[in-house]
Ligand binder design. Structure first.
Ligand code: CP3
Length: 358
């Protein structure tokens, strides 16, 4: 199947192989900033209705590729599908973000959790992967993803988004063994879920550790990175005879990049608070880097966006592959799509100069 992959620039950059230009995609590239997304979302009813109908999930996955010269597609789904499949009852209310009807409140709530079977309770995700992969027909590679165990635990214990993570950190500080028990079952669930996505056709997988950055360094190693490492060790290394690169993104994890580089991932996501030059020095040619334009830059004037793209490319520097251009976090819902296009076109225009060989 990979024989007909027409644009593998992204996969090559993740493996630090030579490329002619820097590949580009955007976290949350299928989303509310696109009017065509909002139309399909309305038609579906709720966000979960959109996620659970493979035809609609496929349609919105492809929308940004119709508009922009992107080098990857990312499965349209959410990180909270695993806790939903574990029985926590996920819903999204307008403007308020995710909510669980049954958050984890007691030791018994945690002890009764079991890793879902991806081809059973999460079959709708695998069906979406298969359909998207077929519809892409080799245009660009497909990214599968999951939340990290720590980040999933944050939502499951808090019951939704949180300002200070008091409940989940309270559990970590007061009952570390129980927290480990929760992270253990989530690690099994995440590894099985990502391997099922790979079997269904995902050509690379990304672990979103959105809330790793709220932990102390010591706790990050014990409660987040340790599990990310175990997951990478359990992942299928190849599909169709080709390496399936893994990407680890800890938002706010800039100070831990050197440790993260030894966790079994091919590439690390970097947010905008760490310059790519500093990140590159920290990972010393062990992994590729993905990032890291501040998503808020897309509110700025087109000339500013172009200047910031140039600055980001210059930060990574000349003379090596191993950079995937991205935002440092998801694109914001009220960004003008024309500004996203300005960013993407600027990467196409300016990046070839960084890949001249000889
Ligand atoms: O990147 C993509 O285009 C693929 C789809 C994707 C979504 N969520 C779609 C989505 C991905 C990769 C995610 C990951 C995700 N979901 C993360 C990790 C990445 C990150 O942003 O740090 C997290 C923390 C979540 C949990 C989540 N899902 C939240 C907090 C929200 C609400 C956000 C908000 O602003 O309301 C969601 C909902 C969600 N997931 C939307 C989309 C397009 C918006 C829902 C809508 O259309 O109403």
């Amino acid at each position: 199947m990979t024989a007909n992959l027409q644009n593998d620039c992204f996969l090559r950059a993740l493996l630090r192989e030579p490329v002619e230009r820097t590949p580009v995609w955007m976290m949350r590239q299928a989303g509310r900033y696109l009017p065509e997304y909002r139309r399909v979302r309305r038609q579906a009813g709720s966000f979960m209705d959109l996620c659970t109908q493979p035809e609609l999930a496929c349609e919105v996955t492809l929308q940004p590729l119709e508009r922009f010269r992107l080098d990857a597609a990312i499965l349209f789904s959410d990180i909270l599908t695993i806790p939903h499949a574990m029985g926590l009852g996920l819903s999204f209310s307008e403007g308020e973000g995710p909510r669980f009807a049954h958050p984890l409140r007691t030791a018994a709530d945690i002890q009764r959790l079991a890793a879902p079977d991806p081809e059973n309770e999460l079959r709708y995700v695998m069906d979406a992967v298969r359909l998207i992969r077929r519809s892409l027909n080799g245009r660009v590679p497909l990214i599968g993803f999951s939340g990290s165990p720590w980040t999933l635990a944050c939502y499951m214990v808090e019951g939704g988004s949180s300002r200070d993570y008091a409940k989940v950190k309270g559990l970590l500080y007061d009952q570390p063994q129980l927290m480990h028990q929760l992270l253990e079952v989530l690690s099994q669930a995440v590894a099985a879920y990502l391997n099922a996505q790979i079997a269904a056709g995902a050509q690379t997988v990304m672990l979103f550790d959105t809330w790793g950055g709220v932990l102390s360094s010591e706790d990050y190693r014990e409660f987040s990175l340790g599990y990310a490492r175990r997951i990478s060790a359990a992942l299928s290394p190849e599909a169709d005879g080709r390496r399936v690169p893994r990407i680890l993104f800890t938002k706010g994890g800039g100070q831990w990049l050197s440790d993260m580089a030894d966790a079994g991932y091919d590439a690390l996501g970097v947010d905008w608070t760490t310059p790519l030059s500093v990140a590159r020095a920290a990972v010393t040619e062990r992994v590729a880097l993905q990032g890291n334009l501040d998503p808020v830059v897309l509110y700025a004037a087109p000339e500013t966006i172009r200047r910031k793209v140039q600055a980001t490319l210059a930060q990574f520097g000349h003379g090596a592959s191993g950079h995937v251009f991205n935002l440092g976090h998801g694109i914001l819902p009220d960004v003008d799509p024309a500004h996203a296009e300005t960013m993407i076109e600027a990467v196409h225009e300016f990046s070839p100069a960084y890949h001249v060989h000889g």
